[in-house]
Ligand binder design. Structure first.
Ligand code: GUN
Length: 292
């Protein structure tokens, strides 16, 4: 029997600690504040931004949600970011990705004050991750995946972890995080992607497979060995006539067949997703603490 990793339950454990930390900060006169900027009206992004805002409120954080029209210019957006950089009630700033095509996302990320970059996308925070400097911000999804594994009791240290996908948001930072020289890392990490040869041969040699390739049900049973741990980072909308919304959410893992072989696996939804938001809250609290 495979163990179903319950991301919501583990996120709830994270929130117990965070509530205490928020209370301590408030006692010192600091309310952690998060600003989330959404440009345009991508429905999935809208849903994410709404959950982030809701979770801030539940934890007693100061939440600022800026919903800007798709016509917002690069200059307007830069001005908003600079305003938030100067706003002392805001400790974390997140610009929801992907922005509309006319926005130069890399330039926006570079404009963020690194000490408010709770996404961990600014080059200074990427460097801190590579340098294993714990004062930096690590992207939320990789942090959430690491925490899920640790809380589930999966041994990362010494394991062969295969990360499927090389994105700046998940694959690359996750590989860096899990190979760090500390007790929560120490993994042997292999990164495979859409152009890798012998992909199945590589994933079959893994103790832990983390799928973040952005393709619905890409990882099949013959990609993994018996007893492997599988973490599914994917959230894909697939057309479904029978569903009320007209679509359903599936991960990057063909759950039905893969779960017959795993020792532990995350579901979609209810696996990595809740952990990403929990780590965003944790990074915001960390930013507020560092502001003291
Ligand atoms: N879009 C999908 N995931 C993320 C994330 O972690 N941060 C931001 N800013 N945008 C995203």
């Amino acid at each position: 029997m495979t163990k179903l990793i319950d991301g919501r339950a583990i996120a709830d454990k994270v929130y117990i600690d965070l509530r205490r930390e928020v209370a301590e900060l408030k006692a010192k006169g600091v309310t952690p504040g998060l600003a989330v900027i959404l440009v345009g009206d991508n429905p999935a992004s809208r849903a994410y931004v709404r959950s982030k805002d809701r979770m801030c409120r539940e934890l007693g954080l100061h939440s600022m949600k800026l919903e800007l029209p798709a016509s917002t210019t690069q200059i307007d957006l830069l001005a908003r970011v600079e305003e938030l950089n100067r706003d002392s009630s805001i400790h974390g700033i997140l610009v929801q990705s992907p922005p509309p095509a006319h926005i130069d996302e890399a330039a926006i990320v570079r404009a963020l004050a690194p000490h408010k970059d709770v996404d961990g996308f600014h080059p200074e925070n990427v460097a801190r991750l590579v340098l294993e400097d714990p004062s930096g911000f690590v992207p939320c999804t990789p942090l959430g995946v690491q925490r899920l594994l640790l809380e589930t009791g999966v041994e990362i240290s010494g394991a062969h972890v295969v990360v499927l996908g090389r994105s700046m948001i998940v694959g690359k930072p996750l590989a860096l995080l899990l190979m760090q020289k500390n007790k929560n890392g120490n993994a042997t990490v292999t990164v495979v992607h859409s152009r890798s040869g012998n992909l199945a041969q590589t994933t079959r040699s893994a103790d832990i497979v983390i799928a973040a390739i952005g393709r619905a049900e890409f990882l099949r049973a013959d990609h993994i060995r018996e007893g492997a741990v599988v973490v599914d980072v994917g959230i894909n909308r697939v057309h479904d006539r029978l569903s009320e919304r007209g679509y359903r959410l599936v991960g990057d893992v063909a759950f039905e067949e893969v779960s017959k072989k795993t020792s532990a696996i995350t579901p979609v939804p209810g696996g990595v997703g809740p952990m990403t938001i929990a780590m965003l809250m944790a990074n915001t609290v960390k930013a507020a603490k560092q502001s003291l």
